[in-house]
Design a protein around this ligand. Structure first.
Ligand code: FES
Ligand code: FE2
Length: 447
């Protein structure tokens, strides 16, 4: 009997299934954005949108989760207060069954621990009013700003001092016309901003099932416009969206890193620093359409996209990708326009409901939602950072990772004792099987 001879394998002439050295990021490059790689649960000590003003009426209580931190919001005499939504007694969420005896406190519905809304201090316990715990403990409070119909919360670590809380503007995109000289925009009028007088913000937020970084990188990815080619709004308006946009010069991106301002990057789209690709001869693919659609994207910490001149003149689109857990994020899509009169406001609202919401925030951006989900698993176990093979256009996400690593105010720790901390908890699984996907808001306990 012959001894088994191991089969000989022929060497492939060209190997196409290996990773090209020229297009992966080696350890040295990756080390420049290690903090970003560590930020699966988000960057903490930053301002994030929590709710639209219209989602929190007088005396209403709502619970949400940002960067793995449960947060309860209550509006009292018009003002919004935010506290950690986790009772110090045994951890239930106060917002699950709101109980407020007065305007100054919120009580836990379970055993009555009662917290001061301003300080978070434990002021009494409904059925244990003399307990020695009273006055010695409490829950973290979060600074709140409400502007142009949006409620923002400064999501901070428990020991982050009040005096170090930066202004909201340091976590919002650069403003125009203040930045017009620095970032000229000859093809469109100065973009409005959330902080402008008479600014009206209309939009929506919904939960996406992927890591927030994957979502954020999609927002300003100049290679991804391919997924939008067939969108109704693109076709209806005969917009010319290139097949891709490729960097044409070393200064195609400018870092935004002013000392007291937002930190991020601006892309010089629709200038000679980026080249739109209108044809791929090999594939016989050509861009057709009539109307150039000029826009520009920038992104600042903690992950705020601004699309100037989009979806039409005098409107700007903001997006936030607010980390809920390491595998869910709250996707905020907001259009801002300055409307000095009631009539202009009504017109904007009408157009928002009839055109922008269905065709842009849904239609167009729905494609982004599924494209992000499609990338999630590749990065979820941490190997994607090593295995991605990038092209020249990917200078944008790489630059973002580095700038975000340099200037973030803290890396959120993995959520503890919260929704999503244990992926296979029986409650999470039951909710999913009930058709109730993991999300952003607390479900209220029904009586
Ligand atoms: S869990 Fe809140 S009072 Fe017991
Ligand atoms: Fe997109």
């Amino acid at each position: 009997m012959n001894e088994a001879v191991p089969p000989k394998r022929r060497a492939a002439r060209t190997r196409v299934n290996t990773i090209s050295n020229s297009r992966t990021n080696d350890q040295k490059t990756q080390s420049q954005y290690q903090p970003y790689k560590d930020a699966a649960w988000g960057f903490i000590n930053h301002w994030y949108p929590a709710l639209f003003s219209g989602e929190l009426a007088e005396d209403q209580v709502e619970g949400i989760q940002i960067c793995g931190i449960p947060i309860v919001l209550r509006r009292v005499d018009g003002r919004v207060l935010a506290l950690k939504d986790q009772c110090v007694h045994r951890g239930v969420r106060l917002s699950a069954k709101p109980m407020c005896f007065n305007k100054k406190t919120i009580s836990c519905w379970y055993h009555g621990f009662t917290f001061d809304l301003e300080t978070g201090g434990l002021t009494t316990i409904v059925g244990n009013p003399d307990d020695k715990l009273i006055g010695t403990t409490g829950i973290t409070t979060y600074p709140v700003e409400e502007i142009s119909g949006m409620i923002f919360v400064f999501v901070r670590e428990d020991d982050f001092p009040d005096e170090d809380v930066p202004p909201l503007a340091s976590d919002l995109p650069v403003r125009f016309p203040q930045s017009s000289e620095r970032f000229p925009h000859p093809l469109w009028p100065a973009a409005p901003g959330l902080m402008d007088e008479n600014a009206v913000a209309l939009g929506m937020h919904r939960t996406g099932d992927c890591n927030w970084r994957i979502a954020c990188e999609n927002g300003f990815d100049n290679a991804h416009i391919l997924v939008h080619q067939d969108n109704t709004i693109v076709q209806a308006m005969n917009w010319v969206l290139p097949l891709g946009i490729r960097p044409a010069s070393d200064d195609c991106i400018t870092l935004i890193e002013d000392e007291n301002g937002p930190k991020g990057l601006m892309q010089w789209l629709f200038t000679d620093r980026w080249e739109p690709i209108l044809e791929n001869k090999e594939l016989d693919a050509k861009v057709e359409g009539l109307n150039g659609r000029f826009y520009r994207t920038s992104v600042v910490l903690p992950g705020v996209l601004m699309v100037e001149n989009w979806p039409e003149e005098h409107i700007v689109q903001y997006e936030w990708y607010v980390p809920i857990t390491d595998d869910t994020y709250e996707y905020w899509e907001v259009l801002v326009k300055v409307c000095p009169t009631e009539e202009e406001r009504k017109k904007f609202e009408y157009r928002y409901e009839r055109v922008f919401k269905p065709l842009c925030l849904h239609g167009f951006n729905d494609c982004d939602l599924y494209a992000r989900e499609a990338m999630h698993e590749f990065y979820a176990d941490g190997t994607g950072w090593d295995n991605e093979q990038l092209v020249a256009t990917d200078v944008s996400p790489i630059t973002w990772r580095k700038v975000a690593s340099r200037y973030n105010r803290g890396i959120a720790k993995p959520g503890k004792g919260v929704d999503g901390a244990t992926k296979t908890s029986s409650i999470r699984l039951r909710r999913i099987s009930d058709g109730d996907a993991p999300g952003y808001r607390v479900k209220k306990i029904e009586d």
